[in-house]
Design a protein around this ligand. Structure first.
Ligand SMILES: O=P(O)(O)OC[C@H]1O[C@H](O)[C@H](O)[C@@H](O)[C@@H]1O
Length: 202
């Protein structure tokens, strides 16, 4: 089957306003570009450089549905990944209580593991396009499988207007700003990829 005409999508500023620190700040029409080939051919994501109301351009962010995990390989540019785990309540995860979180500085050659259940987004903190490859699956049978795949849950992120931390530009350097809508989140710092402890179990 030739899916090449359906393989790409862009995340619009209108959609991103749901999760921005400053939703009314101006931004590029498209924040990032996605090309999906699935776990075999890989998915490629290209972030625009720049900021929106001081916040660096980022992906929307999502939690995986079910036990799906994912690896991101940085191909070009400089990024910060935010990975966060919600507390578990009697009725499932509690969206505004983050039990554990990491902010990881990534550069070309770094591979970053996103474990099942952990939410993840990635921010472009450099002056160039930021480009990654990843191995999450794609289903072209879904109505919007490239832009909004069924294995990703965006709703908790929309409700919380983003993740527990926004990554903002402060005099040319990334700084974490807590999202005040979260009731609980660990106090974290940006760490190097070499110090990130989560790994795929083989
Ligand atoms: O799904 P979003 O939060 O918009 O983030 C976008 C990215 O997320 C996933 O992890 C995909 O596998 C990437 O290929 C995609 O480009």
């Amino acid at each position: 089957m030739d899916h090449s005409a359906q393989q790409h999508a862009g995340r619009s500023h209108e959609k991103m306003r749901e999760v921005l620190m400053h939703p009314d700040a101006p931004g590029p029409a498209i924040h990032y570009h996605m090309i999906r080939g699935g776990s075999g051919a890989r998915n490629i994501t290209v972030w625009q450089p720049g900021t929106v109301g001081a916040e660096y351009i980022k992906t929307y962010g999502h939690y995986h549905v079910g036990a799906l995990d994912e690896v991101y390989w940085t191909l070009q540019g400089e990024g910060v990944a935010i990975i966060q785990k919600r507390a578990e309540g009697a009725d499932g995860p509690i969206d505004d209580e983050i039990e554990d979180a990491y902010a990881v500085h990534v550069r070309p050659g770094d591979a970053l593991y996103m474990p099942p259940g952990w939410g993840h987004l990635v921010v472009n903190v450099g002056p160039t396009f930021f480009v990654t490859a990843d191995d999450s699956p794609v289903d072209f049978g879904e109505s919007d499988g490239v832009s909004l795949p069924g294995h990703a849950d965006y709703e908790p992120v929309r409700r919380m207007r983003g993740f527990a931390y926004y990554v903002v530009d402060e005099a040319g350097k990334p700084r974490l700003v807590p999202n005040p809508l979260y009731r609980r989140a660990p106090d974290i710092r940006i760490i190097a990829a070499a110090d990130y402890p989560l790994k795929r179990e083989s």
